[in-house]
Design a protein around this ligand. Structure first.
Ligand code: PLP
Length: 385
């Protein structure tokens, strides 16, 4: 028997790695299945640490308390969240309109995997609402899918405008909000029907969990998402949920400090010789600065930025001279890290497409952390030295 805690309770949430739960009798089992009593049956269908994380994150997606029937569920990865969000919304021969700039695996899911079920995807420039409207108007459309900020050049989408287009077409707008986090931008409040977050990134924040999260506003949509998580095996592991819930205590601080650092680093880099270009949606020369200002309420629009050096050799010199900014192709850690889109996230894209987008061999992507600013700029100075 587990020790009796008496009238005490742990200050921090316990970890429940159990894969299955026990019942005193059939009536208790029936009550859990009916939802008239709390409880869990089988961890792939739900467990306390997953529910705890999902409840906390669902609350974060709304500034002024939960919207009426708001729901949320944790998944085993950000990709799991995308799959669980989209599969219930499509059927054979239906169509999705997706942003032309998408996380690579997400684009692959729409292009290659949904196609297996006879679902077609039209890709459109989601930073141009007219392009999205034209794509949606070209035929029936079930889903519009876009990212708040794209990787790596932080092209922003006007979520409210896309929500209007979705509403007029009877489609659901699904937004991948990973680069923003619900601390800085809340797509459900702007009219999106479903939001997807890769908890692996800034929400997790310590590069030690792989998790995702899906939330929505329509209570009728939740059962199908929950079933999809179980049937497709997308459940989140309890330990990862426990770690991520622990990180939520500092999410607000980390997200705001990292974004403030990013805005300052962007300005600092723009004045450095050898830096050809700085790309940050808070800078006056970014094509989506106006939309980003609206999405982020005028606060620094996120912790991601890019800067361009002369060429690949210059990037190699930077990486070798600035080991304090680890070259690590993910994002959202408390520590500033860098990546090289040309050879990592966009490695297999056609060279012509990359150049048209501005993803050159000299482009470095920074995921700015929440260290003291002076430490970041000192290390960057070494790299540029
Ligand atoms: C990383 C990422 C994903 C996928 O998340 P995983 O947790 O790696 O599965 C989806 N969208 C964006 C924008 C991401 O950066």
């Amino acid at each position: 028997m587990f020790p009796d805690l008496g009238r005490t309770a742990p200050l921090v949430p316990p970890l429940y790695p159990a894969s299955v739960y026990t019942f005193p009798d059939l009536d208790a089992l029936d009550a859990v299945y009916a939802g008239t009593e709390p409880g869990f049956v089988y961890a792939r269908d739900g467990h306390p640490n997953g529910k705890h994380l999902a409840d906390e994150l669902t609350a974060l997606e709304f500034t002024f308390g939960l919207g009426g029937g708001a729901w949320g569920i944790a998944t085993g990865s950000g990709m799991g969240a995308t799959v669980a969000a989209v599969l219930p919304l499509v059927e054979v021969r239906s169509r999705v309109v997706a942003a032309s700039r998408l996380y690579g695996r997400t684009a692959q899911f729409f292009r290659d995997h949904l196609a297996l079920f006879g679902v077609t995807t039209t890709f459109a420039d989601a930073s141009d609402p007219d392009a999205v409207r034209a794509a949606v108007d070209a035929g029936p459309c079930k889903v519009i899918y876009a990212e708040t900020l794209s990787n790596p050049l932080c092209r922003a989408v006007d979520i409210a405008a896309l929500a209007d287009i979705a509403k007029a077409a009877g489609a659901t707008l699904v937004i991948d909000n990973t680069f923003a986090t619900p601390v800085l931008c809340r797509p459900l409040e702007l009219g999106a029907g479903v939001v997807v977050e890769s908890v692996t990134k800034l929400i997790g924040g310590h590069s030690d969990v792989t998790l995702g999260f899906v939330a929505g506003t329509d209570p009728a949509a939740f059962p199908a998402v929950k079933t999809t998580v179980s049937v497709w095996g997308l459940a989140a592991p309890p330990f990862d949920c426990w770690l991520a819930a622990r990180g939520l205590g500092t999410l607000d601080l980390r997200a705001r400090a990292s974004a403030a650092n990013a805005a300052a680093v962007a300005d600092w880099l723009a004045d450095r010789p050898g830096v050809k270009r700085v790309v940050y949606p808070g800078r006056p020369d970014h094509p989506d600065r106006t939309v980003a200002a609206r999405l982020f309420g005028g606060s620094p629009p996120g912790h991601m930025l890019c800067f361009e050096l002369a060429d690949r050799d210059a990037v190699n010199r930077f990486l070798r001279a600035a080991p304090g900014i680890p070259f690590s192709p993910s994002l959202g850690d408390v520590t500033t890290t860098c990546s090289h889109p040309d050879t990592t996230s966009h490695r297999y894209d056609a060279a012509a497409d990359k150049l048209r987008e501005g993803i050159t061999p000299g482009l470095i992507r920074l995921s700015v952390g929440c260290e003291p600013l002076a430490r970041i700029t000192a290390e960057l100075a070494k790299g540029l030295g």
